[in-house]
Design a binder for this molecule. Structure first.
Ligand SMILES: [Zn+2]
Length: 450
């Protein structure tokens, strides 16, 4: 099952020397029991406190407006239909902002405002009128059912939409002097400054939009009768047009368990290396949940299948939406756990993994401390800037994810955009932060022995 996952197949290689400690603030009560960390440990360690995982914490969809609200999906759709018939923007109507995508890539621009802080990016939101003009240049009429509702911001009286521009649309919108380009979401993910809440919010919006648009592409026909499906509720669901069927179809989510297997007695963790990984990248085990299986059962089964390690106690850590997998799986949900080993002898399933080994806390800490995650982020951000200026035309995943230079570290882990990073770093630093013991209090964990 793991071979189907793309989640860590192309994580960035990182150069070494500076020290970063990347911590995730507890997101929920459940996770607070296992991730009670804060601030720095040493004078040479930089602490970066994320508010939430990459792709979580979407600022425009925390609450869906009530149907009577002018910014609700159905009200906004009615206004949209009216506006598309107009030739000019209505002054008193909500401010509609559209994010175009091509082949799963959102429109983006380099952000000049943050020059002093290094390169950054922002999403290429365009107005409805500009969007109509842009699509008209490509020979496409913008219709209301091609726009997908993303959310709203009532304070700004803004409603946000996404639209797929067809592959034949090779044009890139030119709005004033600003330069835009379509950028791989994975590139934006690596390029996002995780200390910048606005950028993290933009990434979450782009991830949600990509997941919805990809799902619209792959759900054009009813799985029940084969009839056509049409968007409903401003693209938030679909429905079969066959009157005898009328099946409702909802956006697809593919849940995946991802677990850090811990040998408590010997203070080690089990990490794996896949043949598709860049050299020296090690990460957590992961796998899809099967029908009729609980999350805990999936953790135990996947660990057993891939390494022959038996897992006992399973403790929830946190979860992360992952909309950067294959288009056939528009949004995976990574559900992260600490899994406590009952047996220690590893027998690797070579069909799934190239290798799996126990790693000491000391080695894991060292690897986390020497990796230059910030440098990798800034390199990716500089690349987005170059792309938007038209300097860099080609995009390839291998180029995006190989920013390694300088000394070679014996091993490194996925960057802070991935839940694996936070599972590993929470465990590695949980014993010594601020001089107090923050060992997980497992005794009362509700899921431990289900
Ligand atoms: Zn049907």
């Amino acid at each position: 099952m793991l071979s189907q996952l793309l989640c860590f197949s192309a994580s960035p290689a990182l150069s070494v020397s500076k020290n970063y400690l990347l911590l995730l603030k507890p997101l929920s009560l459940a996770r607070a029991t296992v991730c009670h960390l804060s601030t720095t440990t040493t004078t040479t360690t930089m602490s970066v406190n994320l508010q939430s995982h990459a792709f979580a914490g979407n600022p425009i969809r925390s609450k869906t407006p009530k149907p009577s609200d002018p910014f609700s999906p159905n009200s906004a759709l009615e206004t949209l239909k009216t506006q598309l018939l107009e030739t000019t923007h209505q002054i008193n109507s909500p401010n509609f902002k559209v994010l175009p995508f091509r082949k799963g890539r959102p429109l983006a621009s380099n952000s000049s405002a943050s020059d002093a802080l290094g390169p950054n990016w922002r999403l290429g939101w365009i107005g409805l009128v500009d969007c109509k003009l842009f699509l008209a240049k490509c020979g496409i009429d913008l219709s209301y059912d091609s726009l997908v509702y993303l959310g709203s911001e009532s304070a700004a009286e803004a409603v946000y939409w996404a639209v797929n521009v067809a592959e034949e649309a090779n044009l890139v919108p030119e709005i004033g002097a600003e330069k835009f380009c379509f950028v791989e979401l994975r590139t934006l993910m690596v390029a996002t400054d995780w200390d910048d809440q606005h950028a993290m919010g933009e990434l979450a919006i782009a991830g949600h939009a990509r997941a919805l648009l990809e799902w619209h592409v792959t759900s054009r026909y009813c799985g029940n009768c084969g009839g056509k499906t049409v968007p409903m509720e401003a693209g938030r669901r679909k429905q079969c047009v066959n009157d005898l069927c009328k099946k409702r179809v909802y956006p697809r989510i593919d849940p995946v368990v991802i677990m850090l297997v811990i040998d408590k007695e010997n203070d080690r963790v089990l990490l794996s290396h896949q043949s598709r990984f860049v050299p020296r990248l090690w990460s957590c085990l992961a796998g899809f949940i099967e029908p009729g299986e609980s999350l805990e059962e999936a953790v135990r089964r996947e660990t057993w299948e891939e390494t022959s390690i038996e897992v006992g106690e399973v403790v929830y850590h946190s979860s992360q939406p992952w909309p950067v997998g294959p288009s056939s799986m528009p949004c995976q949900l990574m559900v992260g756990f600490f899994a406590y080993a009952k047996s220690l002898e590893i027998n690797v399933d070579k069909d799934e993994l190239e290798d799996a080994k126990w790693h000491s806390r000391e080695d894991v800490k060292k690897a986390l401390m020497v990796a230059e995650y910030k440098k990798a982020q800034q390199t990716a951000a500089a690349k987005v800037t170059q792309m938007c200026k038209g300097v860099e035309k080609g995009q390839s995943l291998s180029a995006d994810f190989n920013v390694e230079s300088g000394e070679l570290a014996p091993m490194f882990f996925p960057g802070p955009f991935a839940i694996a990073h936070h599972l590993i770093s929470s465990w590695a630093f949980q014993d010594s932060v601020n001089g107090f013991q923050s060992q997980p209090k497992h005794a009362g964990a509700s899921m431990s022995n289900l």
